[in-house]
Write a protein that binds this ligand. Structure first.
Ligand SMILES: Nc1nc2c(c(=O)[nH]1)N[C@H]1C(S)=C(S)[C@@H](COP(=O)(O)OP(=O)(O)OC[C@H]3O[C@@H](n4cnc5c(=O)[nH]c(N)nc54)[C@H](O)[C@@H]3O)O[C@H]1N2
Ligand SMILES: Nc1nc2c(c(=O)[nH]1)N[C@H]1C(S)=C(S)[C@@H](COP(=O)(O)OP(=O)(O)OC[C@H]3O[C@@H](n4cnc5c(=O)[nH]c(N)nc54)[C@H](O)[C@@H]3O)O[C@H]1N2
Ligand SMILES: [Mo]
Length: 737
């Protein structure tokens, strides 16, 4: 989130693309409702389904899944035509508007209506309302990301906000609702295969930075890796199984085929292509699950040896810092000691490191460096020492605990502290540049000084960019700068070489020695960051937001039809990407799969969440109370469609996928989906292609409810940049079971 949930109460218009907070973020959704009630905000929902969130909307548009880019270009088309854009914001703080304007011309209302399955009038009404009701905030979640064009979606949404000058403003911003508890923290910590902690990347420089933080020799670290893959992105959660099955070529250096899987806190059956996941689980030599529950994935393997289940303690039994959806930190205090033989995750990992022979290196940077450390406090200290990139240097365990223990001293709408905590915002939302910094509730706000949470856009992509033979300055224009700054306009990120010039202050000889060759991200002494802050400068610079990226597959976001599109007539004009021979170590198909599938698979498949169940579902399906409310797997079909197929409420249907898999699911009739859409939640597992796996759960541990995993029939398809699976729009065929 650029802003935070409370700040949504300052919005005058809220437009939601592909999120259902009434169901998935019900506590946070109260702020949306208060925005309506107290601030007269208009709530606009764009979703292929009439959701519970849509039920609260002033305007609901039932879009065809996977066509949001076309829809937003349609809005931009009308905005530019009517000159509703914020021209000075665009001129001062953005780059690439001409390319966006050109593309938007291709999306007049008639074209958008045809692609998106909406009316021209709806597009015109929503655009007029949203453009004239500012500040407006744009909210999204999985409805935009889980697509082969997920990255394009997440670029076009901020572009709409930039064009309307809605960025860097209270009540504006792009507010992406995160998923799991602490998923923001998990991402920041680098639980991704293409990055070290803090988004440092996988370059040699990044490894050297962390080697220094961890107090290990870089050469030792290097010796732990295969040189061919050390600096390359690893497998993703969505395609690890390909590394086992090797149906297509894999690029895994000398390790070759994946032989073992260590799964710590993931349901596995939540991944698309469940049938492939099951096959791969069976082929593994070693399969370890670290989880508070003996979860469903265990039932998907018939292996009789090499499977280990390690009981993990739950969050109530552990403590530490966690990060909320808005970048705020919190301290989690242990409620009870770990029950029975369960252990906290870190203890299990420490034991593993001991057995693998690198425990000493693993823990060297903690505490006194001699093995005496306080968990988790010293881990948080290590994080705030090393993670400069997102500004965690101000997150000491003491400050985080003080905030969590003093909720009553913070305003829930502004996050501002009161009394003794008046100089900080709740949870020190990052960037929190140093221990004096209050945290940043709203990103990119240039109306307040940097030391009060102000900042421009980040300078991460050089000082100049070429576009159509012309060179453009990537720094913000004159006057576009937070107050109390030593600079009057844009400036580059802070380095040892430019600090004196930018701040107008001299470094001492000693300071010069310390920061030599460093920039603000690699200077562990904090000299560069602190000097920049004293001069009112943001360590990462003050640049323009890029709408055009010369090095990306799509330089600007482009509408591309889903691989399995219900509109094959549009493929020629809006084709998907070329196949990728090596993306996260696996080959990934795009164009070679895109064709007319509609004769055999005439219905669209949409998957999402329901309020009583969570994620892969094990946590709710072992709860009797929650299982009673939603006892079985189901799909929703429009009554007319059900009628056409001769099925009724309560009947079972087979849902068939283009990959040749099928799932047997009970029917519920619903007008919330259009006639050509089938909706299903993804929270069930334990039945595969109609066959119960009950016998394969550890004895006595069958959940109260098992059912087909819809991921057995979600179609093949992955985002071009992140490889998130296309679980939100595929095709299927149904047949009465
Ligand atoms: N009760 C409950 N709450 C949860 C979770 C849970 O499992 N249960 N999971 C948590 C997690 S991990 C996450 S990530 C969040 C996710 O939160 P959300 O993103 O809100 O989750 P979903 O329900 O998967 O999808 C949101 C909406 O996107 C719509 N959609 C699908 N395709 C498109 C499209 O192409 N365009 C548009 N505009 N809309 C589309 C769907 O119809 C759906 O209504 O929820 C979190 N909260
Ligand atoms: N079709 C379809 N598929 C989807 C989605 C969709 O919208 N549609 N959404 C996707 C999204 S956004 C997500 S996030 C995933 C969610 O999928 P998963 O991440 O697989 O879902 P969870 O059920 O939350 O799984 C978390 C596991 O962690 C365990 N756990 C809980 N606390 C702890 C702990 O402290 N330590 C350890 N070691 N384990 C713990 C739980 O018991 C559970 O087994 O599903 C994805 N799959
Ligand atoms: Mo998620």
């Amino acid at each position: 989130m650029t802003n935070h949930l409370g700040d949504i109460q300052h919005s005058k218009a809220i437009i939601i693309f592909g999120a259902n907070p009434a169901v998935n973020h019900p506590v946070g959704f109260q702020h949306f409702l208060k925005a309506k009630e107290r601030n007269g905000a208009k709530l606009i929902v764009i979703d292929p389904r009439f959701t519970r969130t849509a039920a609260k909307a002033d305007m609901f548009i039932q879009i065809r899944g996977g066509t949001d880019i076309a829809f937003i270009y349609g809005m931009l088309n009308l905005i530019f035509k009517n000159k509703w854009e914020d021209q000075s914001f665009i001129a001062d703080r953005t780059f690439g508007i001409e390319a966006i304007k050109e593309e938007a011309k291709k999306y007049p209302p008639s074209v958008v209506a045809d692609i998106c399955g909406v009316t021209e009038k709806q597009l015109m009404e929503v655009t007029k309302l949203y453009a004239h009701t500012r500040p407006g905030t744009l909210v999204w979640a999985m409805g935009l990301t889980q697509h082969s064009i997920g990255t394009g979606n997440t670029r076009i949404a901020p572009i709409l906000q930039l064009v309307l000058g809605n960025m860097g403003r209270s009540g504006g911003g792009t507010n992406i609702l995160r998923g799991h508890d602490n998923v923001q923290g998990a991402t920041d910590l680098g639980c991704l295969s293409d990055s070290l902690p803090g988004y440092y990347g996988l370059s040699e420089g990044a490894f050297k930075h962390w080697a220094k933080v961890w107090q290990v020799d870089y050469e030792w670290l290097k010796s732990q890796f295969d040189p061919a893959t050390m600096n390359k992105a690893g497998f993703t959660l969505s395609r690890w199984w390909q590394g086992v099955l090797q149906e297509e070529e894999i690029h895994n250096g000398k390790s070759g085929k994946i032989r073992g899987l260590f799964c710590l806190g993931n349901g596995l059956i939540s991944t698309a292509q469940t049938n492939k996941v099951a096959q791969a689980l069976n082929e593994l030599e070693l399969f370890v699950v670290v989880d508070p529950f003996p979860h469903d994935a265990i039932a998907y393997t018939q292996k009789s040896d090499g499977v280990y289940l390690l009981p993990a303690a739950s969050q109530m039994e552990t403590s530490g810092s966690v990060t909320a959806t808005n970048r705020s930190g919190q301290w989690r205090f242990q409620v009870v000691k770990p029950l029975y033989e369960s252990k906290p995750d870190e203890e299990i990992l420490f034991e593993l490191a001991k057995r693998l022979g690198f425990y000493e290196e693993f823990t060297r940077a903690l505490g006194d460096g001699k093995g005496n450390f306080v968990w988790p406090d010293d881990a948080t200290r290590e994080i705030n020492y090393g993670m400069k990139t997102i500004g965690l240097s101000g997150w000491t365990p003491e400050r985080l605990k003080e905030h969590t223990l003093n909720w009553h001293l913070f305003d829930s709408v502004t996050l501002k502290g009161r009394g003794p905590l008046q100089d900080s915002f709740y949870g020190l939302p990052w960037p929190c540049w140093n221990e004096k910094h209050p945290g940043t509730p709203n990103l990119y706000n240039i109306s307040i000084p940097v030391m009060q949470g102000g900042m421009g856009f980040r300078n991460n992509f050089g000082l100049e960019q070429e576009l159509d033979g012309k060179k453009y300055n990537m720094l913000a224009s004159q006057g576009s700068v937070p107050p109390k700054s030593s600079q009057k306009g844009g400036y580059p990120e802070i380095t040892a070489d430019n600090i004196e010039e930018l701040t107008g202050k001299k470094l001492t000889a000693k300071e010069k020695e310390i920061v030599k060759g460093k920039n603000w991200k690699t200077d562990l002494s904090m000299t560069l960051v602190n000097k920049a802050l004293e001069a009112g400068l943001c360590p990462y610079g003050n640049a323009r937001a890029r709408m055009y990226v010369s090095t990306w597959v799509d330089k600007i976001p482009l509408h591309r039809e889903p691989i399995h599109t219900p509109r094959p007539d549009l493929i020629a004009k809006y084709p998907t990407y070329p196949d990728q021979p090596n993306q996260f170590r696996v080959a990934t198909k795009f164009a070679s799969l895109q064709k007319d599938w509609t004769k055999e698979f005439p219905l669209q498949l949409n998957t999402a969440r329901i309020v009583t169940h969570s994620g892969q579902g094990i946590e709710a399906r072992v709860s009797l109370a929650l299982t009673e409310i939603n006892p079985e797997m189901y799909c929703q079909i429009h009554p007319n469609t059900a009628g056409n197929y001769g099925v009724n409420e309560g009947d079972f249907v087979w849902i068939h996928s283009p990959e040749g898999f099928k799932a047997k699911v009970k029917v519920r009739l619903s007008y919330s989906v259009k006639e050509n859409v089938v909706f299903a939640p993804f929270h069930w597992a334990g039945v595969m292609q109609g066959e119960s796996l009950e016998a394969y759960y550890p004895q006595g541990y069958v959940p109260y409810s098992i059912g087909e995993s819809i991921n057995g029939v979600t179609n093949y398809g992955y985002d071009i940049v992140t490889q998130i699976p296309e679980t939100k729009c595929g095709l299927c065929r149904i047949q009465k079971a």
